[in-house]
Design a protein around this ligand. Sequence first.
Ligand code: F6R
Length: 626
Amino acid sequence: MGYVGRSSNGKIAGYGALDVVLEGLRRLEYRGYDSAGVAVVADGVISSRKKSGKLNNLLVELEENPLPDSLTGIGHTRWATHGGPSDQNAHPHLADGGKLALIHNGIIENFAELKLELVGKGVTFLSETDTEVAAALLADIFRSKLNGDVSDGGLTRAMQLACQRLEGAFTLLAVHADQPDVVVAARRNSPLVVGLGEGENFLGSDVSGFIDHTRRAVELGQDQIVTITADTVEITDFFGAPAEGKEYHVNWDPESAEKGGFASFMEKEIHDQPDAVAQTLLGRSDIHGRLTLDELRIDVELLKSVNKIIVLACGTSAYAGQVAKYAIEHWCRIPTEVELSHEFRYRDPIVDGNTLVVSISQSGETMDTLMAVRYAKEQGAKTLSICNTNGSTIPRESDAVLYTHAGPEIAVASTKAFLAQITAAYLLGLYLAQLRGNKFQGEIKDILADLGKIPAKIQRILDNEGQIKDLGRSMADAKSVLFLGRHVGFPVAMEGALKLKELAYIHAEGFAAGELKHGPIALIEEGQPVFVVVPSPRGRDSLHSKVVSNIQEVRARGAKTIVIAEEGDEAVKAYAEHVFYIPEAPTLLAPLLATVPLQIFALELAQAKGYDVDQPRNLAKSVTVE
Ligand code: F6R
């Protein structure tokens, strides 16, 4: 966060920089929370406080050691990359004899080489971070190249020169005691937005940092520097040439970024899911059941000529991609691969002009996925982004975008974005089938009608969540939980396991049910809890009966079986310790329902263990480093 405000008669009117920055950090804390720090400029002096741990630790520190009132400030919450999460490594980092403060997101890849050079010039370092190297470089340029002269650009010019020497991904924000009314920022491969106010301006990693103050935002381009004062916003490239940002209106409701009465953001977001799916479907088909995805803005002929699809994503979004594969291949008959973004880049993938690369990302900022998309583009592929964050980097750099309309997802563990991603992937699959004539219009209309019924069915699961909540609480002592599924139930099983790992810190594993007998069944011992996602008995009969056999196999070896099955499926009862029924849905659409009890289970179990479900340890919402 960065802020510059204007005084009224030399006094701070209403609120100061620290209030704005801390409030912004509170909203942005989901991005990283292993330490936090702030710096303000007051009376020509930089004052800074920083503390390891969550933002609250910094607030306590500020109570004990308050900062002076100020109209210029920066603040940061960190997710450690170089150097552990200590007070020392927290940002801001100071340089120029304490006159310059700098905060940073990302990784500076050539920091070791720069550090050697600076140490050679007599600079000493207090932390293990790459950030302190950037601060020292900026200070060195400000002093030795510009002689500390603030008349001709000063800090802005120094930032331009420093960025020319930095490699890697970074958002940098800096303040200097000699330029008390200015915050200078730079971005390369890492997010940064400007908020435009009246007599005040803001900088944030995303707009939620300042939506309480303004809805006018400016999106910065790649390799740009921005200098804000209370009344001005000036943008240049790294070489000082004037540049322009793109202004847009933020239509997020600040309320929707709050918890809405639930105990945690995650619980709220699980309950937002009927809406997230409904909003993602909204306005994308006409009354004849024809999909109208004109917003994709991609040449229809090009889509028709696609002969291979590669889905790229990480974590939960990659599981959405796996569901997409089943649907797209079934509906469109286009070979579809799903690959973790970070693996894709390094294996010499076969990609050409007829390949459609579909990236899936909630944040639109995941560095692994961004780099994979760039690589695919270089290889000549057409790129389409399924994304939840308007204006973020991945959709901006893709040829086409299909936004999920889940609304802001604050809890680190993804829930509503997952269901919205699956929904968007279905829409894409059906659209391709429509364009290429793989399905009759009537068939597409019927599937859309089935999809339209899903939000109410999710709501039914939520209205009856008591049973799964009780089970979650009762299993707080579980040491390991396994999840089995076949076909689209397989990615659902893996997502169920991931939720439990990341929220409750329990060993959990998702397996393809058919794979069990090839090894993992050795894990089953007396009392081992095993969730089984059972497909509809009305769909492909062989699939259902195979999964029922798998339940019997693990049960015979002592497993405690917990079954997610479709209403009316009596066959599973005999083999299940617990059965959770979900409403009927066509096999391919069932993940939108079967996932929900698994999310609630993980949430309840983690809460019973007393963990912070919104901010699990070691994680960050937006993984903007590779
Ligand atoms: C898990 C989770 C992560 C993300 C992954 C990709 O609950 O949230 O696994 O899905 O880091 O993030 P996005 O979708 O923002 O690219």
